[in-house]
Design a protein around this ligand. Structure first.
Ligand code: 5GP
Length: 192
């Protein structure tokens, strides 16, 4: 999406450790109109998939997830991050290695909200190594639901997570794919 790429070039800041900060429009302050454009585009791409649930992970996926779910006229579920293992059996759980915090945490989704009759679109703000998406995909599989695919705002293509999933036959649509970025010069190059 050209408008997202332009916004990344204008306001994104490259930090060491392969981190792109987009706090001024996606991760702290949110440009709702820009998110609406992302929602519209994902609706176009997944229009034929009869999506019944959008699934994301807290916290930064929730904004984009809400917007996408609105276009599909379906609920958004966000997986909660949990430090304690839930033993009650009323939740699906998976483990995710955090890209930004360098730790592993459990994610949980209540069995009340995800069923084997659901068709799920997974969304997130960023895709790097694919750990967050793998955890969410695991939860969709545990529920016996159908996975339509994934919709991502910003993929850092050079970190490989997206292509690994595509090679497994999972549909991944990213609104902007960064091919390389340099924290010394601030240069950001997109995949074409
Ligand atoms: P992955 O699990 O694919 O390695 O990383 C994706 C998750 O890490 C996303 O949920 C996102 O919150 C966070 N993340 C990964 N890379 C970045 C980045 O460059 N900037 C920001 N703000 N978050 C990132």
């Amino acid at each position: 999406m050209r408008i997202l790429e332009e916004r990344i070039l204008k306001d994104g800041k490259v930090f060491s450790g392969n981190v792109l900060k987009v706090d001024s429009f996606l991760n702290h302050q949110i440009d709702v109109k820009l998110l609406a454009e992302i929602g519209k585009e994902l609706k176009k791409l997944y229009n034929d998939c009869a999506i019944t649930k959008v699934l994301t992970i807290e916290a930064s996926g929730i904004g984009v997830g809400c917007m996408v779910a609105q276009f599909f006229d379906c609920p958004l579920i966000f997986a909660k991050k949990s430090k304690t293992i839930n033993i009650k059996g009323d939740v699906y759980t998976s483990q995710v290695e955090s890209f930004t915090h360098q730790c592993t945490y459990d994610i949980i989704v209540s069995k009340d909200f995800l069923k084997n009759t659901d068709t799920v679109l997974i969304v997130d703000d960023f895709l790097a190594k694919g750990n967050a998406l793998n955890g969410l995909i695991d939860i969709v599989r545990q529920a016996g639901a159908k996975l339509a695919g994934c919709g991502i705002a910003i993929e850092k293509g050079y970190q490989g997570g997206g292509d690994k999933l595509r090679n497994q036959g999972i549909r991944v649509e990213s609104m902007a794919i960064i091919e390389k970025m340099d924290d010394k010069t601030g240069e950001i190059v997109f995949r074409r």
